[in-house]
Write a protein that binds this ligand. Structure first.
Ligand code: HGY
Ligand code: MN
Ligand code: MN
Length: 423
């Protein structure tokens, strides 16, 4: 229980409203809605700008201060009684996969905003400010790297380099961000990063464990590590009808043999290694020209640093060997390197205590998905609250969750943030 400005003893969680939280999701899901019921809201796109504007309208109605930083991270601030106290942050991301769902990322932002409103409705004053945050470009699809905004916030990436990053049409992050500010004006603070007391992120699990085990809450203890690579395979373009196979330097066949050789290298009877090639571009892409270039991306994940190191370090040599067999060249560039991140004991403890006080069935778990929390954990105690999603499906337009589960997670978040903001 937390003493309130009105003297009533009440919990922030008592004022989380399932209907309001669900309705906000349905409103947000219209922005970038796809025909199959999913969401395509690319980072710093017009749809992202509309989402930021929608959140801004809700924030203005409550009189919350809203601002963004030089990489577009968006903050909604509920003031504390001690203006000098470091803020407690909570949030996730509003950008989505191209065939994404209504809840990945959006839930964490809306649950955080729901907590601000619940604190208001409860009349709970907090010593520390509490901020809801939408981190820029978590998904890393339109622009790389993923978790761009949170990474920049903690100094993992150099701002100017990020701003020059380009999407497949050649538009830069800088240009896209300027368009977002034009469509959804909000004050821009000059500094990138500021002191944070603690951070808690709510997210759908994006896996089947909670649903399969009948648990309502996942208390996340670790986020598995990830290494991501660009691979450029270079051969020679040639006529498909006249060029004998033995004379070809076929970039596609070289790239395909790399992908399969790596699958053998990554083989894991425990099914813990996560090896994915999600983007594979062939140039020039003409049916009657032997491909001269292939550009593909590798996403490798594992909860153990030594395995991640060993498997990731094997990628370049294996690609080089396959390239040589076909007279091609290959360039492997690692563009994301995040070690497995154990979350903060204090934050984990607060999440677990709030969950137990609310009586929800819960388990400790590792996050298979990457999250902004993996960067924020480098500068402040960070925790995560997972709720179930339908069949664990995510990064898919059929992603689904139910209102009750979302509200359960928001209640845990509310009492966790209230405790962190008043300790
Ligand atoms: O890729 C991830 O793990 C995150 O969902 N973007
Ligand atoms: Mn996410
Ligand atoms: Mn995602």
């Amino acid at each position: 229980m937390v003493a309130t400005t009105s003297g009533r003893n009440t919990r922030a969680s008592d004022h989380v409203r399932e209907d309001r939280l669900w309705q906000r999701h349905m409103e947000m899901a219209k922005l970038g809605a796809t025909a199959k019921g999913g969401v395509n809201r690319q980072a710093l796109s017009a749809e992202d700008a509309a989402a930021r504007k929608l959140l801004g309208g809700w924030a203005a109605a409550r009189g919350y201060e809203m601002f963004t930083d030089p990489i577009g991270n968006l903050f909604v601030k509920r003031p504390g009684t001690d203006p000098d106290a470091k803020p407690v942050l909570s949030g996730s991301h509003l950008d989505s996969q191209p065939t994404g769902g209504k809840f990945d990322g959006t839930y964490g932002v809306l649950a955080a905003f729901e907590v601000l409103e619940a604190l208001d409705d409860a009349g709970i004053a907090t010593k520390r400010p509490v901020m809801a945050v939408a981190w820029t470009n978590e998904e890393g699809n339109r622009f790389q790297p993923g978790c761009m905004g949170s990474g920049a916030f903690v100094g993992e990436y150099q701002l100017d380099k990020l701003l020059e990053g380009k999407d497949p049409t050649g538009a830069t992050v800088r240009e896209a961000f300027a368009s977002v500010l034009a469509a959804a004006p909000v004050p821009v603070i000059p500094q990138l990063g500021f002191p944070v007391d603690s951070y808690v992120e709510a997210h759908i699990e994006q896996g089947p464990i909670l649903e399969n085990t009948g648990n309502e809450i996942g208390v996340v203890t670790l986020i598995q590590g990830m290494r991501r690579f660009y691979v450029d395979v270079l051969g020679d373009e040639a006529h498909s009808g006249t060029t004998p196979l033995r004379m070809r330097k076929d970039a596609l066949k070289a790239a395909a043999s790399m992908v399969l050789a790596l699958e053998t290298w990554m083989a894991d009877p425990t099914d813990t290694v996560r090896y994915t090639v999600g983007r594979f571009e062939i140039y020039p892409g003409s049916p009657s020209t032997v491909p001269g270039k292939v550009h593909f991306l590798i996403d490798l994940r594992h909860p153990e640093q030594e395995t991640l190191r060993r498997l990731g370090d094997g990628i370049a040599p294996i690609c080089a060997a396959e390239a040589e067999k076909r007279g091609c060249r290959v360039e492997v560039r690692e563009y994301t390197t995040v070690a497995p991140v154990p979350l903060g004991d204090e934050a984990i403890g607060r999440v677990r205590a709030a969950t137990q006080a609310l009586g929800y069935r819960h388990i400790d778990m590792i996050s298979g998905a990457g999250h902004d929390a993996m960067h924020i954990a480098k500068v402040a105690p960070a925790g995560m609250v997972f709720v179930p999603c339908w069949k664990g499906i995510s990064h898919n337009e059929t992603e689904a969750a139910n209102a009750g589960d979302l509200a359960n997670g928001a209640r845990v978040l509310a009492d966790t943030l209230a405790a962190l903001a008043n300790r």
